[in-house]
Each structure stands twice: as C-alpha cells, then as structure tokens.
Design a protein around this ligand. Structure first.
Ligand SMILES: C[S@@+](CC[C@H](N)C(=O)[O-])C[C@H]1O[C@@H](n2cnc3c(N)ncnc32)[C@H](O)[C@@H]1O
Length: 458
C-alpha cells in the first residue's frame, strides 16, 4: 500500500464520505495500463489480426485496449513503427471528449509527452492543423519524437509559454485542449513519485497556474470554438474551482455537457460551494469506479461575440532555392510513387511541409515546423525518419519487408548492416507491412539508416 500524505487522506475522506473506503481500496490493486491504436498507420481490425498481446477493449475509447503487465508493448518493434501509443486508459477519454474532426485547427497547449496530441492527430486523419506546445524544453523534445514516431504529418511542435502563443494565434483555433499541469493526485498509483511533491500549498499554486493557462487559451479560440480542460487530480480547487473562476471572468464561455458513460461521475459544484449547477456537466473519473486512474474533464464553448478576429498572418513564402529542390524532386522521382505536396518550408538545410498557412515563426520557439521530409546534403537529398514513418508501403518504389518474428528486424533495429538481394537505392523497411525506417541498398548490402539515437542495444 502506498504511503499517502495525511492531509490528502483527510481531505478525500471528508469529500468522498461513504465512498472513501472503496476509493482507498483501489490503491491496493495494480495500476491499469493501455495501448491506443494509431489509426493513422493501421486500422483497428488489421491491428487485432497481428496483435501479439493479451488485449481487452477499453469500453469508453474505440482505439483503446487494456494490456497485461507481462506483454511489455514498449519493447515490441511495433512500438518503434508507431502502431500504438502506450497511454493510461482514463487519459484516453480526453481525446475522445475533444472529438477532433478532420480539417479542424487544434491547439494542444500542454502537450508533452504527447499522449493526447497523438490521439488528436489520429482523429484528424492528416487533415487540418495540430499545434502541439510544451513549455519545458526537454519535454518538448520528447513530444517531438513521439509526433515523429506516430507518423504525423500535420503537426507543428512549439516550446512556448501559453501567453507568448496567445500573441500569435489570437482567435485562430477551432478547438483547444488544456491538459493542465496539476498536483497529480489521480496518478499516485501509476506514478508514486508524485506523492513526494504533493502538499496543500502546491494544490493552490497549481490552481492559480491553471487559471492563467486557461485565460491565454481563451484568447486563441475562435468564436463557437471548444475549449477542453482536463487534469489528473481529484482536488476540487484545481477542477470545478478553476472552471468556476474562469467562467466568472470570461462571460462569453459556457459549459457544455460531456457525454457520460456509466462508470463516469459528474462534477461536484457542492465541493467548492458554487451555485453553478452546470458544473455537474463536467466529469470525474475515479479509480474505484472504473479500470483507470483519476481524471477530471470539462468542455467550455465560446459564444460568438465577434470580439476576436484571426490575426493577419504572413502567408507561406515560396522556396527560392530551386537548385536544392531539384535533389528533392530527384529523390521523389526515383524512390517514391508520388511527390509529397504542400507548403514547402526550409529550416536550415531541412525541408518541411508546413500545415500552417502562416510562417510567422520568428517570434516563436519552434521545434518542428511541420512534416519533416529530409535534409539537403552536398548534391543529394537524404530522406528523414519522419518521412519513413509516415509513408505507406504503396507510396514507395522499393521496400524491404521483414516479419516481426524474423531475426532480421531485430538486427535492423540494432543498427546492423545486412546482406540482402534487393534493388539499389533508398528502400523503406517494413515490419509486417508497416514502415519502420529507411535503408540504402548497394552491392547486395543493406546500409542501415535507422536513427542512431533510437537503436536497440540489447
Ligand atoms: C499533464 S501534463 C500533459 C500531458 C500530455 N497532455 C499528454 O497527454 O501526454 C502537463 C504539461 O504541462 C506542462 N506545463 C508546466 N507548466 C506549464 C505552464 N505554466 N504552462 C503550460 N504548460 C505547462 C508540463 O511541463 C507538462 O508537460
């Protein structure tokens, strides 16, 4: 049994009353774990046909499945191929509640390590724009790697404060997710480290910070836009309390009912002595009521009051470096069945396609300005790992198909060269038909282009 703080236990006992014993009992059961199928790469039925794990459907998320501890999906090559994302089952609810639709412009304001962003991207199905932002640089890097691993093309990764972002993107987004930094009470079972950082002072610090983040988010939403707020904590101050304060200041927002599922609980206005009965239309997920950890989710809708207009942004500039593009076109003609098209954008020697119609990145810290296609080297173009992971086998001329049961796939992931009888040039390595990385063939040898930092060393 975890060593939970006394103040926390007293507070939960006074809030939960007769449910308290059940709640405490939930800390004796093991944490629940899930994978979410990346439908950008594989549909659910096809995944279930090749599934090597012991999976059970998560009833409230179409793409979600519980797995068993012994499965270790993080250590299977399918993970490296981006066929799924390991995500806590309650956390998967947030992407479902946001309900992204292809073509929408969506901001994930507190995005690292990327669970919800990768869910949003899979629902966008490559259409629309996702801006994934993370304020902490090291975490933003991990976010960017996860966006790459999942083969996402239409995402920009930024490393900014919500306040700075709001200066650039006024009234720009259809939907914004604020998955706020919180006191993490709902994750004590999954991440016991969070227990050490918990105290009542921190709860109130988190609540103030959450309100500031929400206020910045509100400015970036277009009229009729949807703002989803979520936390992984139980504390009413950080949940109903933050929403109540936000609504008092932002009169042009209203709560929208979250579709409930039989194991979800409703928000508790009585816990913050609020008269706003609409807070009951927000939801709480409890570890003693479902197979998942603690979460809180609210949907806020912005009324059309015409006070915000989309900022006039600079349009994408066409590329001037025609010679350099020739190497890219040569690569596409030789090795792809179709040239990727869109707003080409050069970031140093790196070629991207930006999903944004604006390029005013000068005032923003941008880690990934869009779909990374590759790098211009001397007299040649080298395709990127991001391009490999986003391509389907039918989109390239040459493939090296390995089975997940083969020895070769493990040798490839370890970065080894292999003797192989295949056509000269760039070839996409596949695992059971799904892209996992590049190789270059010459003299019947596969030169390994799996990124050095990702190679397996076991
Ligand atoms: C709950 S986590 C996000 C988890 C993520 N949405 C996911 O599903 O993988 C909250 C994130 O907010 C970031 N954060 C911390 N302070 C912040 C601030 N002042 N403004 C915005 N984000 C902040 C944290 O670094 C953290 O990565």
């Amino acid at each position: 049994m975890l060593n939970l703080p006394k103040d926390f236990l007293e507070k939960m006992s006074s809030l939960l009353k007769e449910d308290y014993d059940l709640f405490i009992k939930s800390y004796k059961s093991p944490k629940v774990q899930g994978i979410r199928i990346n439908t950008l790469k594989i549909d659910i039925e096809n995944f279930l046909n090749i599934n090597p794990f012991h999976l059970e459907s998560i009833p409230w998320v179409d793409e979600g499945f519980f797995f068993e501890e012994k499965d270790k999906p993080g250590k299977h090559p399918y993970h490296d191929a981006g066929l799924y994302y390991i995500q806590e089952p309650s956390a998967m609810t947030v992407g479902t509640v946001l309900n992204p639709k292809p073509g929408e412009k969506i901001l994930d304001l507190c995005a690292a390590p990327g669970g919800k962003s990768t869910h949003i991207a899979s629902r966008l199905q490559g259409k629309g724009i996702l801006v994934s932002n993370e304020i902490i640089p090291s975490r933003a890097k991990i976010l960017s790697q996860n966006i790459e691993r999942m083969g996402i093309k239409n995402c920009i990764v930024t490393n900014e404060s919500p306040e700075n972002l709001s200066k650039i993107f006024k009234g720009y987004f259809h939907k914004i997710l604020v998955d706020a930094p919180c006191s993490g009470e709902g994750m004590f079972r999954k991440n016991p480290e969070a227990i050490k950082e918990w105290n009542l002072k921190n709860v109130s610090f988190c609540a103030d910070r959450q309100l500031n983040i929400l206020n910045s988010a509100a400015e970036m939403l277009m009229p009729e836009g949807i703002l989803v707020y979520s936390t992984c904590t139980f504390s009413p101050e950080e949940n109903e309390g933050v929403i109540d304060k936000f609504l008092k200041k932002n009169k042009n927002f209203e709560i929208q009912r979250v579709n409930t599922y039989k194991y979800f609980d409703n928000g508790k206005p009585q816990w913050i002595n609020s008269t706003n009965e609409n807070l009951k239309n927000t939801i709480r997920l409890w570890p003693h009521k479902l197979k998942g950890e603690g979460h809180y989710i609210a949907i806020l809708k912005k009324r059309d009051d015409n006070i915000y207009t989309t900022r006039k942004a600079k349009k994408i500039k066409p590329l001037k470096l025609k010679n350099n593009l020739k190497d890219f076109y040569d690569f596409c003609n030789n090795f792809l069945t179709k040239t990727p098209e869109g707003n080409y954008f050069l970031f140093g020697e790196h070629l991207y396609i930006s999903p944004l119609e604006i390029t005013d990145f000068t005032k923003l810290k941008v880690l990934r300005p869009g779909w990374h296609l590759g790098t211009f080297k001397k007299n040649r173009f080298e395709p990127s790992h991001a391009l490999a992971l986003s391509l389907k086998s039918t989109e390239v001329k040459n493939t090296i198909p390995f089975k997940s049961s083969s020895e070769e796939i493990y040798l490839y992931l370890k970065g080894e060269s292999l003797k192989i009888n295949a056509k000269k040039g760039w070839s996409l390595v596949l695992i059971d038909g799904y892209s996992i990385g590049w190789s270059k063939i010459s003299n019947n040898t596969l030169k390994n282009h799996y990124p050095k930092g990702l190679r397996w060393n076991v």
